[in-house]
Design a protein around this ligand. Sequence first.
Ligand SMILES: Cc1ncc(COP(=O)(O)O)c(C=O)c1O
Length: 296
Amino acid sequence: MAGPAFDQREGYIWYNGEYVDWKDAKLHVLSHGLHYGSTVFEGVRAYGGEIFKLKEHTDRLFRSAETLGMKVPYTKEELIEQQKDILKKEGLTDAYLRPVIWRGSELMGISAQANRINVAIAAWDWPSYFKPEDRLKGLRLTVAEWCRPDPRTIPCHAKAAGLYMICTLSKHKAENDGFNDAMMLDFEGNIAEATGANIFFTKDGALHTPVPDCFLDGITRQTVVDLARRRGIEVIERKIRPEEMADFDECFLTGTAVEVTPVASIDKYSFKPGAITTQLMDDYTNEAHPHALAAE
Ligand SMILES: Cc1ncc(COP(=O)(O)O)c(C=O)c1O
């Protein structure tokens, strides 16, 4: 996305209870969140001025913080109101919101029991960029070398910064090799997810998607499962081996950022965005921003 660097934008960021000038929303280099990964965050979208699944995202933010032992110094209701408020203050309608919570710089070391729990929310303009016909071309993915770790080794259901280290490594490698993204296997070699989105396949009119037992059960994933079931499409959540990709017809990713985005290939396996993918893309658009289709 072109535009000024993210620390050089105009506007305000809500930071520990007050609005600060965007360019002044800084933290100290000795922040625990930076050195030891004690940071959790959300990625939320607003369409036509309405924040989609705001409660679900805020619930997950609090669950993530709790998993990392961080007591959020605000209530859920306060942060829900704050997210609505920042949209209004910034005059945004189609936007991305990034709430973030991290341990501060009072003590430097692994133990940081008394460090301040900081909370900030930034929001910026983010319309849906891609026309449906462009998105239907599909993404090209490659299988990552890094895999999603054993759930006994990391808090895999928290949206925590530390879990993204292998995602960035995998995505960089994929991009450098000419792909759009990487698909990660889990520690047992099953298909897991992309670097910032969940994955679905279709076979004989049914949806197949990995059980989210060692990665994020995305809010978009849950929405799409629900939309598919409402359409009478069977949804099978199970362990999926990579060799099975030879027998799948369609493939798509789901996530707050990518919404429902078709995948054209994963290494040697090709998929053709078809009826189920296009149906669910439309259904998701209708669910998330019902006015968009009417306006086209
Ligand atoms: C690693 C990862 N998996 C899945 C998702 C999809 O989650 P959601 O649909 O809640 O945005 C995301 C995006 O937040 C993600 O970063």
